[in-house]
Ligand binder design. Structure first.
Ligand code: ADP
Ligand code: MG
Length: 253
């Protein structure tokens, strides 16, 4: 059975893209077949797995707006078992172009349904907003992973996110679950990080992953080389923790 997970938080810079790339690559390394779906117009997941956007023939925009079959948009990454439907800047127009279209909230869902049987996991990297692309992602997904940066105001904005999740559950996707909450970018040298962990655990309880992602320079360097951490520096702390996270995600199923 395949599982579709949206990686979402409308705050930018909390680790959604880093988690999509590296959870995806780690699951693939553990032998799972993984499809990344990049639905952020910035396309950082796309370049982060080594796809040159200039070479992309069909991107997620073509799939959800122009009815291109998702199979025709799938690209292979350098990692075995890891494929991606890329995003290019074309997608920036989609938020507006989708507004007057029929079944605008379920377009991504319909497309993913056509290919999900080929994969164990489909991970959707959401944009930093609660707009129509994120609603499409939540409608397509079985569950969400919410990355939360271990910083001041960590919980700020989460009530809006949870409200959007509830609205999608009510109107579009009754079965949507919270897969897990992932604490990211922990700076172990500060007390603040520890406080945030406690606060988030109080709020989300057992939904919080035991794996906590520390700040790790190698994780921030890897994207500029177009590589997930596991191929950029397999011995780094970043590679180790994302592998731990992948094992945790697999255990839940
Ligand atoms: P989002 O997709 O939520 O906007 P990103 O995954 O792009 O967030 O992360 C924002 C920035 O922080 C990027 O430059 C990324 O390389 C960096 N980053 C993400 N996670 C870590 C980490 N654990 N350690 C160090 N840098 C990180
Ligand atoms: Mg991102």
């Amino acid at each position: 059975m395949s599982k579709i997970i949206a990686i979402t938080n409308q705050k930018g810079g909390v680790g959604k893209t880093t988690t999509s790339i590296n959870l995806g690559a780690s699951l693939a390394t553990l032998g799972k077949k993984v499809l990344l779906v990049d639905i952020d117009p910035q396309g950082n997941t796309t370049s982060g797995v080594g796809i040159n956007k200039a070479d992309v023939v069909h991107c997620i925009y073509d799939v959800i707006i122009n009815d291109v079959h998702p199979k025709d948009a799938i690209c292979k990454s350098e990692i075995e078992n890891l494929d991606i439907i890329p995003a290019t800047i074309q997608l920036a127009g989609a938020e507006i172009e989708l507004v007057p279209t029929i079944s605008r909230e379920i377009r991504l869902k319909k497309s993913i349904q056509l290919v999900k049987h080929l994969y164990d996991y489909v991970l959707i990297d959401c944009p930093p907003s609660l707009g129509i692309l994120t609603v499409n992602s939540l409608t397509a997904a079985d569950s969400v992973i919410i990355p939360i940066q271990c910083e001041y105001y960590a919980l700020e904005g989460l009530s809006q996110l949870l409200n959007t999740v509830r609205l999608v559950q009510k109107h579009l996707n009754t079965n949507l679950q919270i897969e897990g909450v992932l604490l990211t970018m922990l700076d172990a040298r500060t007390n603040l990080g520890i406080q945030v962990i406690e606060e988030v655990k109080k709020y989300f309880q057992e939904k919080v992953y035991q794996t906590i992602i520390p700040r790790n320079v190698r994780l921030s360097e890897a994207p500029s080389h177009g590589k997930p951490i596991i191929t950029y520096d397999a011995k780094s702390k970043g590679a180790e923790v994302y592998l731990d996270l992948a094992k945790e995600v697999i255990t839940v199923d």
